[in-house]
Design a protein around this ligand. Structure first.
Ligand code: PDD
Length: 303
């Protein structure tokens, strides 16, 4: 047996609930959830994705995630594979079948499968759609947030359209692996001018000595995080000053607080960068407050 299939079967055996994956209209057992060998997502990273938090069995910020998915598809001229109502049913059914209360939902849409050719296949080609859901221990997340995480910095090697959420994640995977080897949970990517763009899979924030929040402005160098957008709502409501501009690694080292935002982490304190303590080396007060207030501003969908 092919060893990767063997690993998948082992995973399935080790998992108390049979995981189910939505693939092109069918809900399949995990080990059988394959797509075609000539899928353009596989050959060209010609695919986009979304990751949503699931909290208490509900999707967090579904509307914004689905709006961003629509934008990513439109930017790449990949047709929408299904209408909003059908998406809504697939997302909920995937959560339900996997009995996820707290965790994450992943969906991916590729341009479809066809004989390998750089140019696009016929517009009639069906998109490949995959949706899966997985439980994540809220206790483990809270423990991480209480301790704060370490980050390392690395050169941002990605392309010029990081505003589109594509599966072209090799630079991010390499950066994260290098971070892991240093005992860090996230990599902060640094552009040629010495500014932090964002995390490999998160947006990056600092609080300066005057208590001002700073995060990079929205441009093609970063993904407009849904968590970032919702947090900006919290800041407006609480009249907390936000400066949207690039910041350097030296500014991070001198910052009072730092944190990342992403669907799977919400607001996660950062206490070390490249082995250097940030602030007092413990999660900052403003960061903790924003983490506590985040879900009060997020949209929680009906199950
Ligand atoms: N990553 N920037 C990048 C490069 C990301 O990959 C992500 C999300 C974010 C934050 O976006 P949001 O707040 O919408 O999650 C910013 C997801 C979680 C992932 O790839 O797993």
């Amino acid at each position: 047996m092919n060893s990767s299939i063997g690993n998948l079967l082992q995973l399935q055996r080790d998992h108390p609930v049979t995981r189910i994956v939505y693939v092109n209209g069918r809900y399949l057992p995990y080990a059988q959830a394959g797509v075609h060998a000539e899928d353009r997502g596989f050959q060209f990273a010609d695919a986009v994705y979304e990751v949503c938090e699931v909290k208490g069995g509900r999707l967090v910020d579904e509307t914004r995630h689905m709006q961003r998915l629509a934008r990513s598809l439109a930017e790449l001229a990949i047709p929408q594979p299904m209408a909003a109502g059908a998406w809504s049913r697939v997302l909920r059914e995937t959560i339900r079948r996997n009995r996820v209360r707290d965790g994450m939902l992943y969906l991916q849409v590729s341009r479809g499968a066809g004989p390998r050719s750089f140019t696009f296949p016929s517009p009639k080609t069906a998109q490949t759609v995959v949706c899966l859901a997985r439980s994540v221990s809220p206790h483990a997340q809270e423990a991480a947030a209480e301790a704060g995480i370490a980050v390392t910095t690395t050169q941002d090697l990605r392309w010029g359209r990081c505003d589109i959420k594509t599966v072209m994640l090799l630079p991010a995977a390499l950066a994260k692996e290098a971070a892991r080897a240093e005992g860090a949970k996230e990599a902060w990517l640094v552009d040629d001018a010495g500014y932090v763009t964002e995390g490999a899979a998160s947006n990056a924030w600092i609080v300066d000595g005057q208590g001002r929040l700073i995060t990079r402005q929205i441009d093609n160098a970063i993904l407009r995080g849904v968590t970032r957008t919702t947090l900006v709502d919290v800041l407006k409501r609480e009249a907390i000053e936000l400066v949207e501009r690039p910041f350097t690694v030296a500014e991070v080292k001198a910052a009072r607080e730092a944190f990342i935002t992403s669907a799977t982490n919400t607001v996660m304190p950062v206490v070390r960068i490249d082995g250097h303590s940030i602030g007092n080396g413990v999660p900052g007060l403003l960061t903790q407050r924003l983490r506590a207030e985040f879900h009060g501003s997020a949209e929680l969908s009906d199950p």
